[in-house]
Unconditional design. Structure first.
Length: 414
């Protein structure tokens, strides 16, 4: 980073005095790392704070320009732990895995680690992807219901042309469906794509925009686009449509945990865990009016998302799901179903250096062979880790150990 000290100081003073906007620092200095330093120094002077820890980072902001961040000043560090090994038997993940978990919640990694041990000692988790498709649902206006119905029929008749237009914007994205939804004269078209190893939200957005351009040019009736995203996608909000129709990967992970393992590792019984699951996760969630029925999927998914460079905001819909338990010949059957797990191994934050290393721990950094294999492998591992976390928490509740564990691992005094 070769920037003259005088020029840097001039930009810092300009920001402090209000003559230079934060984003202009990059243009004036011609280097994102120098601009980040200028912004940080300016904030220190204006606010009377020390930001040296924020400035301690290995990130090269030149690499992130136009990709991951605007107006950077440094980076925030989150403690990274590891749980495992966890034995997973999936269609893409097959073996023992160590799970990177970024969190500030004491006891979380230890709890997941205990669940990994119990599942692995019992023969591992079986994982399977049921659906795979990223969605974008634009909202279109028509003058009335007759035109709305004609529009939907036209879309059905010209699906191949719309597909060709959408796929012209991407190498790996493939349009697999367009589902219409009505409310009076308004029409949502829910486009669904397979997106290779990318999470695919940007891919789906750009492709759908191109398809809409084709529609507006060729549809003979009266129509206009109200919004490229009409909230029926649904992105970064809890929604029943994602729970029912799926978004991203729909994944199930299951295991039969042996009675001996439940008693020795989890310090409770299969019957007690089954009772807690049905009373807490099913009845309790129903009484609360929840849209999903689980103990703490968000804990595990957020920790893996932060560690591996996923979009943290998509924890909202990715953590929806359902935990089910049964007693099988004295052993415990447990499964988790995640209908809307949105993740990838290329693009977004997965290119950042520490996040890419975390993905390499799981053997899924970068694109897979064939395309999509790494993202599906990651989805199976994530679902199996959710299974481990759910099992451990239910066991802690059944045994009455939850408060004690947090007292020991999450509230050290002195």
């Amino acid at each position: 980073m070769k920037v003259e000290r005088e020029k840097l100081e001039e930009v810092v003073r300009g920001i402090v005095e209000g003559r230079i906007s934060l984003h202009k620092a990059s243009e004036i200095l011609g280097n994102e790392n120098a601009a980040a330093l200028a912004r940080r120094l300016a904030l220190e002077r204006m606010l009377g704070v020390n930001l040296s820890s924020i400035g301690s980072t290995i990130i090269d902001f030149e690499e992130l320009r136009g990709r991951n961040i605007e107006n950077p000043i440094g980076a925030v560090q989150v403690p990274l732990g590891v749980a495992g090994p966890l034995l997973v038997k999936g269609d893409y993940a097959d073996g023992e895995y160590y799970i990177p978990l970024a969190t500030t919640e004491g006891a979380l990694v230890a709890s997941i680690n205990r669940g990994c041990k119990a599942i692995t000692l019992s023969g591992g988790a079986r994982a399977k992807i049921l659906r795979d498709g990223m969605t974008r649902a634009p909202l279109l206006w028509t003058p009335g219901i007759e035109e709305a119905v004609r529009l939907v029929e036209w879309v059905r008749e010209h699906y191949e042309e719309l597909k060709e237009a959408a796929e012209s914007t991407t190498r790996h994205g493939k349009l697999v469906a367009i589902e219409p939804y009505h409310a009076g004269n308004m029409v949502w078209l829910r486009f669904t794509y397979t997106t290779g190893d990318a999470m695919g939200m940007n891919m789906a957005t750009i492709a759908t925009d191109k398809a809409l351009q084709y529609l507006l040019q060729h549809y003979p009736g009266e129509v206009r686009v109200v919004a490229l995203s009409g909230n029926l996608c649904t992105d970064k909000k809890p929604a029943l449509i994602n729970a029912i129709r799926g978004r991203g990967k729909t994944v199930v992970a299951e295991a039969i945990v042996k009675r001996r393992v439940v008693e020795e590792v989890l310090k409770t019984t299969p019957e007690a865990i089954d009772t807690v699951n049905k009373a807490k996760n099913l009845l309790g969630s129903a009484r609360a009016g929840s849209v999903s029925y689980n103990a703490h999927y968000a804990n595990i998914i957020a920790a893996i998302f932060i560690a591996t460079g996923q979009d943290p905001a998509q924890v909202v819909e990715s953590s929806m799901g359902y935990t089910w338990t049964e007693i099988r010949g004295g052993d415990l059957y447990i499964s988790v179903t995640l209908p809307s797990l949105e993740l990838g191994t290329v693009g977004g934050g997965t290119r950042l250096p520490t996040q890419r290393e975390a993905l390499s721990i799981l053997g899924v950094a970068g694109g897979g062979t064939p395309p999509g294999a790494n993202a599906r492998k990651l989805a199976e591992i994530v679902a199996s880790t959710v299974l481990a976390g759910e099992l451990s928490l239910l066991a802690a509740l059944a045994a009455g150990h939850l408060a004690r564990a947090h007292e020991k691992l999450g509230r050290r005094r002195g």
